[in-house]
Write a protein that binds this ligand. Sequence first.
Ligand SMILES: NC(=O)c1ccc[n+]([C@@H]2O[C@H](COP(=O)([O-])OP(=O)(O)OC[C@H]3O[C@@H](n4cnc5c(N)ncnc54)[C@H](O)[C@@H]3O)[C@@H](O)[C@H]2O)c1
Length: 394
Amino acid sequence: MSTSTGNYRRTGVAFLGCGYAADFYGPTLPNYPELEVVGAYDLRRERAESFTAEYGGRVYGALEEVLSDPEVEIVVNLTPTTEHYAVNRAALLAGKHVYCEKPMTTKLVEATELAELAEQRGLLLSSAPATVFSRSAQTLIRAVHGGTVGTPRLAYASLDMGPLAFMAYRDWQSARGVPWPYREEVGNGCVLEHAGYLLTWLTAMFGPVVRMSGQAVTPFSDQWEGVVDDVAPETSFGCLHFADGTVCRVTIGWAAPADKSLLVVGDQGVLSVEDVWQASSPVTLRRRVATTGRDTGYLGEPEQLPFVLPPLEYGYDDEAHDLTVSAGIADLARAVRSGERPLLDTEYCLHILDLSIRLATARSEDEAIDVPPPSATRLWGDRYRGPVAASVPR
Ligand SMILES: NC(=O)c1ccc[n+]([C@@H]2O[C@H](COP(=O)([O-])OP(=O)(O)OC[C@H]3O[C@@H](n4cnc5c(N)ncnc54)[C@H](O)[C@@H]3O)[C@@H](O)[C@H]2O)c1
């Protein structure tokens, strides 16, 4: 039930799942005083207790208690990805609006079923990621739409996290000391978990993806013995064609050294963001300038664009990223109060999920190449002993 404070109504929110990711939400909630944390539930009660002690609200003893609480309008689903479908479904059946962590489900057919259920019941269903609301994203998107680089033609987008296999991921903990659930993350795979972070920015700039090809690979598949039985692809390369004609080369993964940059090439210049995982990563413009002679440097001096939004007041203490997470709940709450659709509307989220799954499982046809003989050049040395089967991605 919404409560009135001053001149705005507060929207009651309950959290389901109070693990690692919940510590990104809790500290950023005060940016949105229109959200009221009514309470939290976790199968592991102590996690709901530590969450509410830190961020407010009451501890629920069972899912049914949350779903029958009239003060709860929005359920925020932060349970493990494999639980999303069942938990989202239960919440919708109980008449709650749902904001779910990404990916909304692991299968598009399940998400589509949830979307239909929400539609039938007059409820809203929305999903992370919400980094598209960051001041970096908004500044970049407005610059592209405002024609700062003319017509966008090409984009290079990377979300390479660094090679997870060689990191101390077993030691990572959230602010409340919840360990990073690496078995789930490695089992689901980086691409399914992270693709949405880039895809939301790209589709906001260029419209939906109309055609794509891609390849998912697992370069360090030998490193995961004893961690998971079935390793999901570690990296995907994609070529995305957008409705406005822009083509994007995208890589997402945790095999290559970190590179989270995004470059938009237009016919009048280039826009770039160094790190799409930092809400305040600078947005740089280089305008096309006239060249003379054999000069190939056709871009002027870099100009940092002024941000179109102020910084958020409350963040979390984490150098790795600043993901604007609670902005997605605020977007949904605004829609609940106004009766309009959220910006992260169900159909939009389904498109992002569809693309994420396609990228995570991408198997574009390899073109066969006529292979020259080993003697063709000594440059090959003894690395090349004749045609070998291309390594097949898992
Ligand atoms: N780990 C990250 O860095 C990160 C970042 C952003 C988003 N996410 C996403 O957030 C979601 C949660 O990830 P996490 O890292 O917090 O996982 P986690 O395992 O740390 O936390 C999940 C919590 O949900 C609880 N839980 C499981 N089933 C439940 C149920 N049916 N009802 C209530 N509680 C239940 C578990 O006890 C656990 O405390 C995932 O979808 C993940 O993709 C994770």
